[in-house]
Design a protein around this ligand. Structure first.
Ligand SMILES: NC(=O)c1ccc[n+]([C@@H]2O[C@H](COP(=O)([O-])OP(=O)(O)OC[C@H]3O[C@@H](n4cnc5c(N)ncnc54)[C@H](OP(=O)(O)O)[C@@H]3O)[C@@H](O)[C@H]2O)c1
Length: 252
């Protein structure tokens, strides 16, 4: 028992973040570790960023393990979750953050891009939940990062991305029922525009996006991470099967 356990609400908890090397996922990894959780996370294309993140967490006294697994590859994803849970000695919270955005109007959208979007953003969420459920105890949590675009399109080119996030919102509702008998809750967090590599500050739509929200700003990834980490805490009870939007009023 660490002296700081009373101020570290996730002390002793074991967590896995799918897609944790950059952006919102990396912010979640850092927050979970600062709250006392041991964290394993997956990455796919940026081992350099994954290594940097492990070093950052360790320099703050936390524990992080990086595992390479493409969420589109069901067996790699399944294996990473098994390896992560084995290395941590169990699993209390899964955060499925991995997602891809291939923007484009439907009339010119390539079928292979459509399949890639579905395989990472929807099938990956399903596979990770199934794999994590083999390890989660009563009180365990599955948190998914969706998007407020599940609710509102507002711009051409987001049909396929928004469809995947709407699918995730519905999957989460069903999973809450399916896992209820095991005491596992399932929650979908729907961020609005957030500054990351997916949505860079020099991107083509940034000014438009900023002006389309009541707060006239784009979130910092840590704002999303603080919310997700709150939901991961054991005292965050009776929240289940729901999509919670955090977008500064963008969908209002
Ligand atoms: N940024 C926004 O404005 C925004 C708004 C609403 C929702 N979201 C959602 O939030 C989540 C994170 O977005 P972000 O903006 O932080 O994205 P990002 O900056 O592009 O980072 C994506 C992260 O997911 C990982 N990843 C991507 N594809 C993966 C795959 N096939 N298998 C495993 N890991 C994969 C990446 O790993 P590598 O580093 O190895 O590539 C990286 O760590 C996504 O689900 C996204 O849809 C984002």
């Amino acid at each position: 028992m660490n002296m700081n356990d009373d101020i570290r609400p996730l002390a002793g908890k074991k967590t896995i973040v799918i897609g944790g090397s950059r952006g919102i996922g990396a912010a979640i990894v850092k927050r979970l570790a600062r709250d006392g959780a041991a964290v394993a996370f997956t990455y796919v294309s940026r081992p350099d960023r994954a290594r940097e993140l492990v070093a950052t967490v360790e320099s703050e006294g936390g524990r992080a393990i990086a595992l390479q697994a493409d969420s589109a590859d069901a067996s790699a994803l399944d294996r990473a979750i098994a390896e992560g849970a084995a290395a941590l000695g169990g699993l209390d919270v899964l955060v499925n953050n991995a997602g891809v955005l291939i923007f484009g109007n439907v009339d010119e959208y390539r079928l292979e891009d459509f399949d890639r979007m579905l395989s990472v953003n929807v099938r990956g969420v399903f596979v990770a939940a199934q794999a994590a459920a083999r390890h989660l105890p009563r009180g365990g949590k599955i948190l998914v990062i969706g998007s407020n675009t599940a609710e509102r399109a507002m711009i051409a080119g987001s049909a396929v991305y928004g469809m995947t996030k709407a699918a995730v919102a519905r999957l989460v509702r069903g999973m809450a029922w399916d896992f209820a008998h095991r005491g596992i809750s399932v929650i979908n967090v729907q961020p609005g525009p957030t500054t990351t590599d997916m949505n860079p500050l020099d991107g083509p739509h940034v000014d438009w996006v900023r002006n389309a929200s009541p707060e006239k700003r784009i979130a910092d990834p840590d704002e999303i991470a603080r919310f997700v980490t709150y939901l991961a805490r054991p005292e965050s009870t009776y929240i289940n099967g729901v999509s919670l939007t955090i977008d500064g009023g963008y969908s209002a």
